[in-house]
Design a protein around this ligand. Structure first.
Ligand code: HEC
Ligand code: HEC
Ligand code: HEC
Ligand code: HEC
Length: 196
């Protein structure tokens, strides 16, 4: 209990001291972007970078995936990178604190393009602080980081926030097969070194 109380106090102090536009809203946690996770998780990053989710933002650019767009009744020459109706499923943390901001250019927020780590693992603004998941605290207690935003078990619910029939590329008969798509669509899994 002492430890949890200390951690909460720390978060409180940090959020007061560094009140900034990316500070988490009450109860929520800010996004930090994929580049932040890459620093410590290079193997998962490399494997993720090979999936289409890493580059899913690129699909919105004019001239990309022209055949698929035409087939879906969209204009392949249109720039969909500023269309909120598309961007929300093709970036990390759309409209959330620290997340993708449509008013800024994509170049200014490269770490938030595509389906980044945090879209499955949860916004990392708090759980990547020193006293949680960090090189100073490699043996963090897992319940502690889950309490501050790490997704406990990645279930189908996480995926179907985007993999649903709001996407113009899938028909009403779209079925999302979680187990198969998890194999294809996430990243290679590597055993953890420490106990948590
Ligand atoms: C400063 C280093 C650092 C950063 C930055 C970092 N992590 Fe970690 N992470 C760790 C360490 C250390 C572990 C424990 C590794 C082990 O046991 O082998 C870990 C473990 C994890 C785990 C396993 C959790 C569990 O216990 O089951 C996940 C998932 C994870 N990190 C995701 C992320 C994501 C997503 C980000 C970016 C938002 C991120 N990490 C940023 C250091 C970091
Ligand atoms: C509800 C979330 C959602 C919305 C809204 C959405 N997409 Fe997507 N999009 C997805 C998902 C998920 C996939 C991948 C489908 C799959 O593989 O199951 C996808 C796939 C695509 C593809 C690849 C298609 C292919 O067959 O190669 C393109 C291009 C694309 N989307 C563009 C757009 C554009 C343009 C818009 C806006 C008009 C849009 N998306 C709106 C979630 C969404
Ligand atoms: C933030 C929205 C979002 C979430 C959450 C999401 N996806 Fe996706 N996913 C996409 C989009 C968009 C694409 C299409 C990428 C493209 O074609 O450019 C995609 C593509 C994929 C692909 C095709 C990858 C490839 O390289 O061919 C698989 C498989 C997949 N997703 C599985 C999953 C699974 C499993 C989950 C949950 C654990 C999940 N997705 C969560 C948006 C999302
Ligand atoms: C589409 C969903 C998805 C995305 C995106 C994603 N992960 Fe994961 N990640 C998973 C799943 C699923 C597991 C296995 C654990 C589980 O089932 O809960 C996992 C496990 C991990 C682990 C535990 C060790 C391991 O290798 O299994 C780490 C660390 C991790 N992810 C980091 C990352 C980082 C860093 C990124 C971004 C570069 C990322 N993940 C992107 C779904 C995702």
């Amino acid at each position: 209990m002492r430890r949890i109380a200390g951690a909460c106090l720390f978060v409180f102090v940090v959020s007061v001291a560094f009140a900034s536009p990316v500070a988490a809203e009450e109860g929520g946690h800010a996004y930090v972007g994929t580049k932040n996770c890459k620093k410590c998780h290079i193997k998962e990053w490399k494997s993720w970078a090979e999936t289409k989710m890493a580059t899913s933002f690129e699909a919105l650019r004019p001239g990309e995936r022209s055949e698929a767009k035409t087939a879906a009744g969209l204009d392949p020459a249109t720039d969909y990178t500023t269309d909120p109706e598309c961007v929300r499923c093709h970036v990390t943390g759309y409209g959330e604190p620290g997340g993708y901001d449509i008013a800024k250019s994509p170049e200014e927020q490269e770490g938030l393009l595509g389906t980044g780590c945090e879209m499955c693992h949860g916004a990392g603004g708090t759980y990547t602080q020193d006293e949680y998941m960090s090189l100073k605290n490699k043996e963090y207690s897992r319940p502690d980081i889950v309490a501050v935003g790490l997704t406990d078990v990645i279930t189908e619910e996480v995926c179907v926030t985007c993999h649903n029939t709001d996407s113009p590329f899938v028909g009403d008969d779209y079925v999302f097969d979680f187990e198969t798509r998890k194999e294809e669509g996430t990243h290679e899994n590597f055993p953890l070194k420490y106990s948590h």
